[in-house]
Design a binder for this molecule. Structure first.
Ligand code: SF4
Ligand code: SF4
Length: 292
């Protein structure tokens, strides 16, 4: 089974544009799509999932005070280093501030506090109405931080579905950045497609995600999106890649069809056969040659 993660050093580089188009280009019989950008998922806007299975994700534990037992001694509020305990006419825990450190549980003289499972998101197995292939995706609870653990669950489910349905390819729309979510998106994959763009911070962000990908010893290549909006910066990216022995597997030109397709909730390769679509099809063929 081949897993291709599409990632970027920061959000908004065109990662999902490429992932969504790959979803249309691979045969639905061989594909499972996986959206690991759980903090700001938008692949569903294009792939239109019909949810088949839903799973709750427990990311950690939070303190909970039993007000009937509490004798309002204030000890818990004093020991909480995260200022997560408040008092009005009773004591209560701000679950967004609580780190589940257990200090208050230990300190409470009347055992009025316990740590309880805190659901921090849901993940889903769906069928994409747009491509007819399975899609695994997730949604964080409001206020929850992006979780590598939730991404790991999404990845595990995608692999299980691929094995069960004998699918050969998983395309992962990865989490942007270089933190724990990005690491969870690329660990163990066959190939990483790093999407960058010739912006002020583009090269800097690219270097950071390249470093992360190398730490995970993954095979990877670079795609420069909207390369022609700043040819000078694109040259800088190409020079860096050449010096580092990094393959550029494609350059996508600016194309207003990409925006038009996004507005209509379509992948650009579905919407038009313009210059961006042509470049993406070339990238797809290159991936096929390299990996299949
Ligand atoms: S578990 Fe830790 S962080 Fe949460 S309320 Fe208790 S002391 Fe504060
Ligand atoms: S330490 Fe226990 S008894 Fe004291 S205020 Fe907190 S919950 Fe209530």
């Amino acid at each position: 089974m081949m897993q291709i993660a599409v990632v970027s050093g920061k959000g908004g580089t065109g990662k999902t544009t490429l992932s969504a188009s790959l979803a249309f280009l691979f045969k639905k019989e061989e594909l499972v799509m996986s959206d690991c950008d759980v903090d700001a998922p938008n692949l569903h806007l294009i792939l239109n999932p019909q949810i088949e299975e839903s799973h709750g994700y427990v990311g950690g534990k939070k303190a909970e005070i039993d007000v009937d037992r509490c004798v309002m001694c204030d000890v818990c509020r004093q020991v909480c280093r995260f200022d997560a305990i408040y008092v009005t006419d009773h004591y209560f825990v701000d679950k967004y501030a609580c780190e589940g450190c257990n200090a208050c549980v230990v300190a409470c003289p009347v055992n009025a506090i316990e740590l309880v499972d805190e659901k921090s998101g849901d993940y889903f197995l769906s069928t994409s109405r747009s491509i007819g292939a399975p899609m695994v995706h997730a949604l964080l609870e409001p206020g929850e931080e992006t979780s590598g653990g939730l991404i790991a669950e999404v990845r595990k489910l995608a692999i299980a579905v691929a094995k069960k349905e004998k699918k050969e390819v998983i395309v992962i729309d990865g989490a942007p950045g270089i933190g724990c979510p990005a690491s969870s998106s690329i660990t163990g994959v066959t190939y990483v497609v790093i999407v960058t763009e010739p912006s002020m911070s583009g090269l800097h962000d690219l270097k950071r995600i390249v470093e992360l990908t190398r730490q995970f010893r993954r095979d990877f290549g670079v795609v420069i999106n909207k390369y022609d909006i700043n040819l000078e910066k694109s040259k800088d990216i190409e020079k860096y890649c050449e010096e580092e022995g990094i393959e550029i597997i494609g350059k996508i030109p600016f194309d207003s069809d990409v925006v038009k397709a996004n507005v209509l909730g379509k992948a650009v390769v579905e919407y038009s056969d313009g210059k961006a679509s042509k470049a993406i099809i070339k990238i797809f063929k290159k991936l096929q040659e390299k990996l299949l």
